[in-house]
Design a protein around this ligand. Structure first.
Ligand code: HEC
Length: 154
């Protein structure tokens, strides 16, 4: 019974993972795919940095601005992943992506899913406008960046 439950959960998780990260691959050109994912990460970072300034106290906390940046951040976290599926968009020219991504694709995909989940939670919490809760959710989301970059980004 217990084992059956585990299998069902594992199946549900794998459906979620593939739905979240292997959306239609729209890129035929490897260079365009690399450019696309880098730009997505870059806009993601712009939004994240704006919140980070408030969390660190370099800018005054403004609940409305924080919530807007959190919403855009969450939207951007869904964007980069299909561009890792394009043939030829593996490491090399103009990309900091490491080969380890393609030899540990399930782990990489799970990290991408976790980032999206934490970002969605952050956006929802930020919408409520409570500073302490927003900071905490920001820190949770922030842990995803370095953890993935340490393993998969040059
Ligand atoms: C699941 C793995 C993963 C997570 C999580 C992740 N990144 Fe990245 N990130 C990458 C990879 C891989 C690259 C390299 C892409 C390339 O050069 O092809 C990258 C590149 C970047 C870049 C450089 C973009 C450019 O212009 O070349 C920035 C900025 C960035 N990430 C910010 C972030 C931030 C901020 C977070 C957390 C909020 C984050 N990333 C979370 C995998 C991840």
């Amino acid at each position: 019974m217990k084992q059956h439950k585990m299998v069902v959960i594992a199946a549900a998780v794998s459906v979620l993972v593939s739905a979240a990260v292997s959306a239609q691959n729209a890129f035929n050109d490897a260079d365009k795919a690399v450019e696309y994912r880098q730009k997505a990460f870059s806009v993601m970072q712009n939004n994240f940095a704006a919140m980070g300034d408030m969390v660190r106290g370099d800018a005054p906390f403004d609940a409305a601005i924080f919530a807007a940046r959190a919403a855009d951040f969450a939207a951007m976290t869904t964007i980069p992943w299909p561009a890792f599926d394009t043939a030829g968009a593996q490491p090399g020219n103009n990309s900091d992506a490491l080969a380890a991504i393609w030899s540990n694709r399930d782990d990489f995909n799970q990290r991408a899913v976790k980032l999206q989940a934490d970002a969605k939670a952050l956006a929802e919490i930020a919408a409520a406008g409570v500073e302490a809760d927003s900071r905490k959710a920001f820190m949770t989301a922030a842990r995803n960046c370095k953890a993935c970059h340490d393993q998969y980004k040059d």
